[in-house]
Design a protein around this ligand. Structure first.
Ligand code: AHM
Ligand code: MG
Length: 346
């Protein structure tokens, strides 16, 4: 007879990870990497929540390699993330939205896990205390890539080796997740066996398992696009957008929801169904979002939940990046909704 579950029994992220290690889904190194990421997220959650008190709102005064204003919290979160990964001793290379090039953690690259991350996504929302998040993906070192080292004189060898090892298609991802800093702090994770949701219990200071094997609805009548860019879109996309506003036979058009924080907009889409899109436009030829640390991890998660991630024509996870900050159009969410936009764009 199965053991009766005590009503005080909770599963924390830590115990869940240890269990996964025990059954052999992940190895000990991955357990350590994931647990240091969760520590970084807890620390960032606390910094985000206290930002106006501790004078962490506003801009840093610097511009990152992609020409974006860095917020103070962008810089701090990047430091927190990098430090947690470095001190785990299990990460070989990290690539971050806020760093110009990937960074080798060990002097001589030792072949441990590669972590790509956006430490604080949606930070334009931060000064108004609107949801933000951290996104991450984990890869194994790629030997094939290591063989292709060119002799680019501008980059030293270690740097060059790091770039080629992080430039892998999302289909190689071993794990991906995000942490959303919102009314609850939510940690969403996949290690290739479905999507698990943990909620930070502020009393315990632990992430507690609150949803397992999440499945995204097959369709959903919510869309999240920055429609301010409508005039810059091509005609096919415009007619897709117009079609969402037709009441149709149900008499009800789609609902628009747009936070401007990928993590928040994605999390709602995952739970309620619908679509999130960041298309290419006349000004931004490849859209805005980055393939490596935004689109690929989110696409891996959505596929694990039974959804779809596309650039409008092909599966995001099949695209191999050639640069670490490469951008790509993104359409992600319920299968029916992503296929619908693909049809319009074909
Ligand atoms: P960031 O990484 O600089 O924060 O930019 C990414 C964010 C996404 O979270 C969000 O979906 C998108 O940019 C919003 O862009 P826009 O303001 O153009 O709608
Ligand atoms: Mg980002």
């Amino acid at each position: 007879e199965p053991r009766k579950k005590s009503s005080y029994e909770i599963i924390t992220l830590t115990t869940w990870l240890l269990k996964q290690e025990q059954v052999g889904t992940i190895d000990g190194e991955m357990t350590i990497v994931l647990s240091s990421i969760s520590t970084a997220c807890k620390q960032i959650a606390s910094l985000v929540q206290r930002a106006p008190i501790s004078n962490l709102t506003g801009v840093q005064g610097a511009v990152n390699v992609q020409g974006e204003d860095q917020k103070k919290l962008d810089v701090v979160s990047n430091e927190v993330f990098s430090n947690c990964l470095k001190s785990s001793g299990r990460t070989g290379v990290i690539a971050s939205e806020e760093e110009d090039v990937p960074v080798a953690v060990e002097e001589s690259y030792s072949g441990n896990y590669i972590v790509v991350f956006d430490p604080l996504d949606g930070s334009s929302n931060i000064d108004a205390a609107v949801s933000t998040g951290s996104i991450f993906g984990i890869y194994s070192p790629n030997d094939e890539c290591l063989a292709d080292i060119g002799d680019d004189q501008n980059l030293d060898q270690v740097e060059q080796r790091c770039i080629v090892s992080v430039c892998q298609p999302g289909s190689n991802l071993l794990a991906a997740g995000y942490c959303m800093y919102s009314s609850s702090v939510i940690f969403v994770l996949t290690i290739g066996t479905g999507v698990y949701v943990f909620t930070l219990d502020p009393m315990y200071g632990e992430f507690v398992l609150t949803q397992e094997k999440v499945q995204i609805p097959k369709s959903g009548k919510i869309y999240a696009f920055n429609e301010g860019n409508y005039a810059l879109w091509d005609d096919k996309l415009k007619s897709y957008m117009d079609s969402l506003k037709e009441p149709g036979s149900s008499g009800k058009p789609y609902s628009a929801r747009y936070i401007g924080s990928l993590v928040g907009d994605f999390h709602r889409t995952l739970l309620y169904g619908g679509i999130y899109g960041y298309p290419r436009d006349k000004k931004s030829k490849n859209g805005k979002l980055r393939l490596l640390y935004e689109c690929a991890p989110m696409s891996y998660i959505v596929e694990q939940a039974g959804g779809k991630g596309s650039d409008g024509h092909q599966r995001i996870l099949d695209i191999t990046p050639t640069e670490i900050h490469q951008r790509v159009p993104l359409y992600i969410g319920s299968v029916d909704e992503v296929e619908k936009v693909e049809k319009f764009l074909a």
